[in-house]
Design a protein around this ligand. Sequence first.
Ligand SMILES: *Cc1c(COP(=O)(O)O)cnc(C)c1O
Length: 395
Amino acid sequence: MQVYADNAATTKMSRTAIAAMLPCMETTYGNPSSLHTVGQRAAEALLAARETVADCLGCEAREITFTSGGSEADNQAILTAAHLGEAKGKKHIISTAFEHHAVLHTLKKLEKQGFTVTLLDVHENGMVTPEQVAAAIREDTCLVTVMYANNEIGSIMPIAEIGAVCRAKGVLFHTDAVQAAGHLHINVQEQNIDMLSLSGHKFHGPKGVGALYARKQIPLSTLIEGGAQERGKRAGTENLPAIVSMAAALREACDHMEENAAKVSALRDKLIAGLSQIPHSAVNGDGKHRLPGNVSFCFEGIEGESLLLLLDEKGICASSGSACTSGSLDPSHVLLAIGRPHEVAHGSLRLSLSEENTEAEIDYLLREIPPVVAYLREMSPVWKDLVSGKKSFLL
Ligand SMILES: *Cc1c(COP(=O)(O)O)cnc(C)c1O
Protein backbone atom coordinates (compact mmCIF):
# COMPACT_ATOMS: atom_id res chain seq x y z
CA MET A 1 0.00 0.00 0.00
CA GLN A 2 1.21 3.49 -0.80
CA VAL A 3 -0.09 6.20 1.55
CA TYR A 4 0.68 9.81 0.69
CA ALA A 5 0.47 11.72 3.97
CA ASP A 6 2.65 14.71 3.19
CA ASN A 7 0.09 17.17 1.87
CA ALA A 8 1.52 20.06 3.87
CA ALA A 9 4.70 19.72 1.79
CA THR A 10 2.78 19.56 -1.46
CA THR A 11 -0.40 18.08 -2.88
CA LYS A 12 -1.20 16.02 -5.93
CA MET A 13 -2.81 18.17 -8.61
CA SER A 14 -6.55 17.64 -8.95
CA ARG A 15 -8.17 16.51 -12.23
CA THR A 16 -9.87 19.91 -12.34
CA ALA A 17 -6.56 21.75 -12.01
CA ILE A 18 -4.93 19.64 -14.72
CA ALA A 19 -7.90 20.04 -17.06
CA ALA A 20 -7.88 23.83 -16.56
CA MET A 21 -4.23 23.99 -17.57
CA LEU A 22 -4.52 22.27 -20.95
CA PRO A 23 -6.49 24.92 -22.91
CA CYS A 24 -3.90 27.53 -21.87
CA MET A 25 -1.30 25.50 -23.70
CA GLU A 26 -3.41 24.42 -26.68
CA THR A 27 -5.69 27.38 -27.45
CA THR A 28 -5.24 30.30 -25.04
CA TYR A 29 -1.48 30.15 -25.48
CA GLY A 30 -1.01 33.83 -26.34
CA ASN A 31 0.89 36.42 -24.36
CA PRO A 32 -1.68 38.37 -22.33
CA SER A 33 0.18 41.58 -23.23
CA SER A 34 -0.26 41.03 -27.00
CA LEU A 35 -2.89 43.14 -28.73
CA HIS A 36 -4.04 40.47 -31.18
CA THR A 37 -6.89 38.04 -30.68
CA VAL A 38 -4.84 35.13 -29.37
CA GLY A 39 -3.17 37.41 -26.85
CA GLN A 40 -6.44 38.97 -25.80
CA ARG A 41 -7.99 35.56 -25.19
CA ALA A 42 -5.09 34.88 -22.84
CA ALA A 43 -5.66 38.26 -21.15
CA GLU A 44 -9.31 37.32 -20.61
CA ALA A 45 -8.32 33.98 -19.06
CA LEU A 46 -5.88 35.84 -16.79
CA LEU A 47 -8.58 38.26 -15.67
CA ALA A 48 -11.02 35.44 -15.03
CA ALA A 49 -8.41 33.67 -12.88
CA ARG A 50 -7.78 36.88 -10.94
CA GLU A 51 -11.51 37.33 -10.35
CA THR A 52 -11.82 33.73 -9.13
CA VAL A 53 -8.98 34.09 -6.63
CA ALA A 54 -10.37 37.46 -5.45
CA ASP A 55 -13.82 35.94 -5.03
CA CYS A 56 -12.40 33.13 -2.87
CA LEU A 57 -10.71 35.67 -0.58
CA GLY A 58 -13.46 38.30 -0.48
CA CYS A 59 -11.47 41.05 -2.21
CA GLU A 60 -11.29 42.82 -5.58
CA ALA A 61 -9.50 41.35 -8.60
CA ARG A 62 -7.12 44.32 -8.77
CA GLU A 63 -5.95 43.49 -5.25
CA ILE A 64 -4.48 40.17 -6.42
CA THR A 65 -0.91 39.91 -7.76
CA PHE A 66 0.22 36.56 -9.13
CA THR A 67 3.65 35.38 -8.00
CA SER A 68 5.88 32.34 -8.38
CA GLY A 69 4.56 30.89 -5.13
CA GLY A 70 4.09 31.41 -1.43
CA SER A 71 7.73 32.32 -0.78
CA GLU A 72 7.72 35.16 -3.31
CA ALA A 73 4.41 36.48 -2.00
CA ASP A 74 5.79 36.49 1.57
CA ASN A 75 8.95 38.30 0.44
CA GLN A 76 7.02 40.91 -1.52
CA ALA A 77 4.53 41.62 1.27
CA ILE A 78 7.20 42.04 3.94
CA LEU A 79 9.56 44.14 1.82
CA THR A 80 6.64 46.37 0.79
CA ALA A 81 5.74 47.09 4.41
CA ALA A 82 9.41 47.62 5.24
CA HIS A 83 9.86 50.18 2.46
CA LEU A 84 6.66 52.02 3.41
CA GLY A 85 7.72 52.01 7.06
CA GLU A 86 11.24 53.16 6.37
CA ALA A 87 9.93 56.19 4.49
CA LYS A 88 8.13 57.22 7.70
CA GLY A 89 11.04 56.35 9.99
CA LYS A 90 9.26 53.23 11.27
CA LYS A 91 11.60 50.26 11.30
CA HIS A 92 10.09 47.79 13.76
CA ILE A 93 8.43 44.55 12.65
CA ILE A 94 6.50 42.01 14.71
CA SER A 95 6.28 38.34 13.78
CA THR A 96 6.38 34.96 15.49
CA ALA A 97 9.11 32.43 16.24
CA PHE A 98 7.41 29.69 14.24
CA GLU A 99 6.89 31.31 10.83
CA HIS A 100 7.94 29.67 7.59
CA HIS A 101 11.52 30.44 6.54
CA ALA A 102 10.23 32.56 3.65
CA VAL A 103 9.16 35.00 6.37
CA LEU A 104 11.94 34.45 8.91
CA HIS A 105 14.79 34.76 6.42
CA THR A 106 13.28 37.91 4.87
CA LEU A 107 13.10 39.40 8.37
CA LYS A 108 16.74 38.41 9.02
CA LYS A 109 17.72 40.28 5.86
CA LEU A 110 15.84 43.36 7.07
CA GLU A 111 17.56 43.20 10.46
CA LYS A 112 20.87 43.54 8.63
CA GLN A 113 19.43 46.68 7.05
CA GLY A 114 18.72 48.27 10.42
CA PHE A 115 15.20 47.00 11.14
CA THR A 116 14.31 45.68 14.58
CA VAL A 117 12.30 42.47 14.65
CA THR A 118 10.27 41.19 17.59
CA LEU A 119 9.48 37.48 17.29
CA LEU A 120 6.57 36.66 19.57
CA ASP A 121 6.84 33.52 21.72
CA VAL A 122 4.48 30.76 20.75
CA HIS A 123 2.46 29.10 23.51
CA GLU A 124 2.88 25.38 24.14
CA ASN A 125 -0.29 24.69 22.18
CA GLY A 126 1.11 26.47 19.13
CA MET A 127 -0.91 29.66 19.51
CA VAL A 128 -0.10 33.37 19.47
CA THR A 129 -2.69 35.70 20.99
CA PRO A 130 -3.98 39.13 19.93
CA GLU A 131 -2.97 40.37 23.39
CA GLN A 132 0.66 39.44 22.68
CA VAL A 133 0.50 41.34 19.42
CA ALA A 134 -1.10 44.39 21.09
CA ALA A 135 1.58 44.44 23.79
CA ALA A 136 4.40 44.28 21.24
CA ILE A 137 3.21 47.11 18.97
CA ARG A 138 5.33 50.27 19.31
CA GLU A 139 5.23 53.78 17.86
CA ASP A 140 7.66 52.69 15.16
CA THR A 141 6.02 49.37 14.22
CA CYS A 142 5.43 49.19 10.46
CA LEU A 143 4.27 45.58 10.08
CA VAL A 144 2.79 42.64 11.93
CA THR A 145 3.19 39.35 10.05
CA VAL A 146 1.64 36.26 11.65
CA MET A 147 0.96 33.02 9.82
CA TYR A 148 -2.65 31.90 9.41
CA ALA A 149 -1.93 28.27 10.23
CA ASN A 150 1.36 26.57 11.00
CA ASN A 151 2.70 24.14 8.43
CA GLU A 152 4.28 21.74 10.93
CA ILE A 153 1.92 21.57 13.88
CA GLY A 154 -1.28 22.76 12.21
CA SER A 155 -2.37 25.32 14.81
CA ILE A 156 -4.69 28.05 13.49
CA MET A 157 -4.14 31.61 14.73
CA PRO A 158 -6.94 34.04 15.73
CA ILE A 159 -6.36 36.01 12.55
CA ALA A 160 -9.43 38.29 12.63
CA GLU A 161 -8.65 39.35 16.21
CA ILE A 162 -4.97 39.98 15.47
CA GLY A 163 -6.06 41.93 12.39
CA ALA A 164 -8.42 44.03 14.51
CA VAL A 165 -5.59 44.92 16.91
CA CYS A 166 -3.39 46.03 13.99
CA ARG A 167 -6.20 47.97 12.32
CA ALA A 168 -6.93 49.84 15.58
CA LYS A 169 -3.27 50.79 15.93
CA GLY A 170 -2.82 51.67 12.25
CA VAL A 171 -0.20 48.98 11.62
CA LEU A 172 -0.13 46.90 8.41
CA PHE A 173 -1.05 43.24 8.92
CA HIS A 174 0.23 40.46 6.66
CA THR A 175 -0.55 36.77 7.02
CA ASP A 176 1.16 33.80 5.39
CA ALA A 177 -2.00 31.84 4.60
CA VAL A 178 -0.27 29.20 2.48
CA GLN A 179 -1.56 26.35 4.68
CA ALA A 180 -4.99 27.90 5.11
CA ALA A 181 -6.05 28.90 1.60
CA GLY A 182 -8.41 26.34 0.13
CA HIS A 183 -8.71 24.61 3.51
CA LEU A 184 -10.19 27.25 5.83
CA HIS A 185 -12.72 30.00 5.20
CA ILE A 186 -10.92 33.26 4.46
CA ASN A 187 -12.42 36.71 4.07
CA VAL A 188 -9.80 39.44 4.06
CA GLN A 189 -12.35 42.18 4.78
CA GLU A 190 -14.00 40.50 7.74
CA GLN A 191 -10.64 39.38 9.09
CA ASN A 192 -8.93 42.79 8.84
CA ILE A 193 -6.13 41.43 6.65
CA ASP A 194 -4.05 43.96 4.68
CA MET A 195 -1.83 41.47 2.84
CA LEU A 196 -2.06 37.69 2.43
CA SER A 197 0.10 35.06 0.72
CA LEU A 198 -1.10 31.80 -0.82
CA SER A 199 0.44 29.05 -2.96
CA GLY A 200 -1.16 26.84 -5.62
CA HIS A 201 0.51 23.56 -4.76
CA LYS A 202 -0.87 23.41 -1.23
CA PHE A 203 -4.46 23.00 -2.44
CA HIS A 204 -4.09 20.60 -5.40
CA GLY A 205 -2.95 23.26 -7.84
CA PRO A 206 0.41 23.44 -9.62
CA LYS A 207 3.80 24.25 -8.08
CA GLY A 208 5.63 27.48 -8.85
CA VAL A 209 2.59 29.73 -8.71
CA GLY A 210 1.00 31.73 -5.92
CA ALA A 211 -0.74 34.97 -5.19
CA LEU A 212 -0.35 38.01 -2.99
CA TYR A 213 -3.45 39.89 -1.90
CA ALA A 214 -2.67 43.50 -0.99
CA ARG A 215 -5.38 46.02 -0.05
CA LYS A 216 -5.69 48.47 -2.92
CA GLN A 217 -4.31 51.41 -0.95
CA ILE A 218 -0.98 49.59 -0.50
CA PRO A 219 1.62 50.37 -3.19
CA LEU A 220 3.55 47.12 -3.61
CA SER A 221 7.34 47.17 -3.93
CA THR A 222 8.63 45.19 -6.88
CA LEU A 223 11.01 42.26 -6.49
CA ILE A 224 11.41 41.75 -10.24
CA GLU A 225 11.89 44.68 -12.60
CA GLY A 226 10.89 44.62 -16.25
CA GLY A 227 7.61 44.88 -18.13
CA ALA A 228 4.30 46.21 -16.90
CA GLN A 229 2.70 42.86 -16.07
CA GLU A 230 0.67 42.63 -12.85
CA ARG A 231 0.11 46.42 -12.90
CA GLY A 232 3.86 46.93 -12.92
CA LYS A 233 4.29 45.12 -9.59
CA ARG A 234 5.67 41.83 -10.88
CA ALA A 235 7.42 41.83 -14.24
CA GLY A 236 7.66 38.83 -16.54
CA THR A 237 5.21 37.13 -18.89
CA GLU A 238 2.50 35.60 -16.73
CA ASN A 239 2.60 31.83 -16.18
CA LEU A 240 -0.91 31.55 -17.54
CA PRO A 241 -1.35 27.74 -17.48
CA ALA A 242 -0.30 27.66 -13.82
CA ILE A 243 -2.32 30.74 -12.86
CA VAL A 244 -5.51 29.47 -14.49
CA SER A 245 -4.98 26.03 -13.00
CA MET A 246 -4.37 27.44 -9.51
CA ALA A 247 -7.56 29.50 -9.75
CA ALA A 248 -9.53 26.40 -10.76
CA ALA A 249 -8.01 24.43 -7.87
CA LEU A 250 -8.84 27.19 -5.38
CA ARG A 251 -12.41 27.45 -6.69
CA GLU A 252 -12.85 23.70 -6.33
CA ALA A 253 -11.32 23.65 -2.85
CA CYS A 254 -13.52 26.54 -1.68
CA ASP A 255 -16.67 25.01 -3.18
CA HIS A 256 -16.06 21.73 -1.33
CA MET A 257 -14.43 23.17 1.78
CA GLU A 258 -16.95 22.04 4.36
CA GLU A 259 -17.36 18.47 3.16
CA ASN A 260 -13.60 18.08 2.71
CA ALA A 261 -12.87 19.50 6.16
CA ALA A 262 -15.44 17.20 7.76
CA LYS A 263 -14.02 14.14 6.03
CA VAL A 264 -10.35 14.97 6.57
CA SER A 265 -10.72 16.05 10.20
CA ALA A 266 -12.50 12.77 11.02
CA LEU A 267 -9.52 10.86 9.55
CA ARG A 268 -7.15 13.16 11.44
CA ASP A 269 -8.89 12.60 14.78
CA LYS A 270 -8.86 8.83 14.33
CA LEU A 271 -5.15 8.91 13.53
CA ILE A 272 -4.35 11.17 16.49
CA ALA A 273 -6.35 8.99 18.87
CA GLY A 274 -4.61 5.85 17.63
CA LEU A 275 -1.06 7.19 17.69
CA SER A 276 -1.62 8.69 21.14
CA GLN A 277 -1.64 5.08 22.43
CA ILE A 278 2.12 4.93 21.81
CA PRO A 279 3.78 5.42 25.21
CA HIS A 280 5.97 8.48 25.78
CA SER A 281 4.50 10.36 22.84
CA ALA A 282 2.86 13.77 22.59
CA VAL A 283 0.69 15.55 20.05
CA ASN A 284 2.07 18.88 18.88
CA GLY A 285 -0.28 21.81 18.34
CA ASP A 286 -3.72 22.76 19.53
CA GLY A 287 -6.48 20.22 20.06
CA LYS A 288 -9.25 22.44 18.75
CA HIS A 289 -7.78 25.12 16.48
CA ARG A 290 -6.11 22.71 14.11
CA LEU A 291 -5.89 22.32 10.32
CA PRO A 292 -8.23 19.53 9.20
CA GLY A 293 -5.36 17.46 7.77
CA ASN A 294 -2.59 17.98 10.33
CA VAL A 295 -1.29 15.24 12.61
CA SER A 296 1.96 16.06 14.43
CA PHE A 297 3.67 13.96 17.08
CA CYS A 298 6.86 13.72 19.08
CA PHE A 299 8.01 10.24 20.10
CA GLU A 300 10.66 10.16 22.78
CA GLY A 301 13.84 8.17 22.22
CA ILE A 302 13.88 8.03 18.41
CA GLU A 303 15.17 10.04 15.45
CA GLY A 304 12.50 11.38 13.13
CA GLU A 305 14.71 10.80 10.08
CA SER A 306 15.15 7.07 10.77
CA LEU A 307 11.41 6.80 11.30
CA LEU A 308 10.74 8.42 7.93
CA LEU A 309 13.07 6.05 6.11
CA LEU A 310 11.50 2.95 7.64
CA LEU A 311 8.00 4.27 6.98
CA ASP A 312 8.93 4.94 3.38
CA GLU A 313 9.85 1.26 3.06
CA LYS A 314 6.27 0.51 4.03
CA GLY A 315 4.95 2.89 1.39
CA ILE A 316 4.17 5.68 3.86
CA CYS A 317 5.15 9.20 2.74
CA ALA A 318 5.41 11.44 5.78
CA SER A 319 7.64 14.19 7.09
CA SER A 320 9.47 14.93 10.30
CA GLY A 321 8.69 18.61 10.19
CA SER A 322 8.77 20.81 7.18
CA ALA A 323 10.19 19.81 3.81
CA CYS A 324 12.21 23.01 3.80
CA THR A 325 14.28 22.09 6.86
CA SER A 326 14.88 18.45 6.02
CA GLY A 327 18.48 17.95 5.04
CA SER A 328 19.59 19.96 8.04
CA LEU A 329 20.28 18.16 11.31
CA ASP A 330 18.92 20.94 13.49
CA PRO A 331 15.61 20.15 15.11
CA SER A 332 12.62 22.04 13.78
CA HIS A 333 12.47 25.69 14.88
CA VAL A 334 8.70 25.25 15.19
CA LEU A 335 8.96 22.45 17.75
CA LEU A 336 11.60 24.38 19.68
CA ALA A 337 9.32 27.45 19.58
CA ILE A 338 6.52 25.54 21.33
CA GLY A 339 8.99 24.49 23.99
CA ARG A 340 9.85 20.94 22.98
CA PRO A 341 13.35 20.13 24.26
CA HIS A 342 15.95 19.28 21.57
CA GLU A 343 15.93 15.52 22.34
CA VAL A 344 12.16 15.37 21.98
CA ALA A 345 11.99 17.65 18.93
CA HIS A 346 14.30 15.24 17.08
CA GLY A 347 11.71 12.48 17.30
CA SER A 348 8.97 14.24 15.38
CA LEU A 349 6.54 12.92 12.80
CA ARG A 350 4.11 14.96 10.68
CA LEU A 351 1.36 13.23 8.75
CA SER A 352 -0.65 15.68 6.66
CA LEU A 353 -3.82 14.32 5.13
CA SER A 354 -6.06 15.37 2.26
CA GLU A 355 -9.53 14.37 1.11
CA GLU A 356 -7.86 11.78 -1.13
CA ASN A 357 -6.84 9.73 1.91
CA THR A 358 -9.14 6.90 2.97
CA GLU A 359 -10.20 5.21 6.17
CA ALA A 360 -8.34 2.06 5.01
CA GLU A 361 -5.16 4.11 4.72
CA ILE A 362 -5.57 5.43 8.26
CA ASP A 363 -5.99 1.83 9.48
CA TYR A 364 -2.80 0.93 7.62
CA LEU A 365 -0.92 3.83 9.26
CA LEU A 366 -2.19 2.80 12.68
CA ARG A 367 -1.09 -0.77 12.07
CA GLU A 368 2.37 0.06 10.70
CA ILE A 369 3.63 3.07 12.66
CA PRO A 370 3.59 1.80 16.30
CA PRO A 371 5.78 -1.28 15.61
CA VAL A 372 8.29 0.86 13.70
CA VAL A 373 8.52 3.27 16.65
CA ALA A 374 8.97 0.31 19.01
CA TYR A 375 11.67 -1.22 16.74
CA LEU A 376 13.63 2.05 16.60
CA ARG A 377 13.40 2.43 20.36
CA GLU A 378 14.80 -1.07 20.87
CA MET A 379 17.88 -0.07 18.91
CA SER A 380 18.25 3.35 20.51
CA PRO A 381 20.90 3.91 23.21
CA VAL A 382 18.89 6.93 24.37
CA TRP A 383 15.85 4.72 24.90
CA LYS A 384 17.95 2.24 26.93
CA ASP A 385 19.03 5.07 29.22
CA LEU A 386 15.42 6.17 29.60
CA VAL A 387 14.12 2.72 30.39
CA SER A 388 16.94 1.96 32.83
CA GLY A 389 16.29 5.22 34.63
CA LYS A 390 19.68 6.67 33.79
CA LYS A 391 17.84 9.51 32.11
CA SER A 392 14.33 10.61 32.94
CA PHE A 393 11.49 10.64 30.47
CA LEU A 394 10.39 14.05 29.26
CA LEU A 395 7.14 12.86 27.70
C1 LIG B 1 4.79 25.84 1.49
C2 LIG B 1 4.77 27.06 2.34
C3 LIG B 1 5.37 28.25 1.89
C4 LIG B 1 6.15 28.33 0.60
O1 LIG B 1 5.33 28.27 -0.53
P1 LIG B 1 6.03 27.95 -1.94
O2 LIG B 1 4.91 28.10 -2.92
O3 LIG B 1 6.53 26.54 -1.85
O4 LIG B 1 7.09 28.96 -2.13
C5 LIG B 1 5.28 29.37 2.69
N1 LIG B 1 4.63 29.35 3.86
C6 LIG B 1 4.03 28.22 4.33
C7 LIG B 1 3.31 28.27 5.62
C8 LIG B 1 4.10 27.05 3.58
O5 LIG B 1 3.50 25.95 4.05
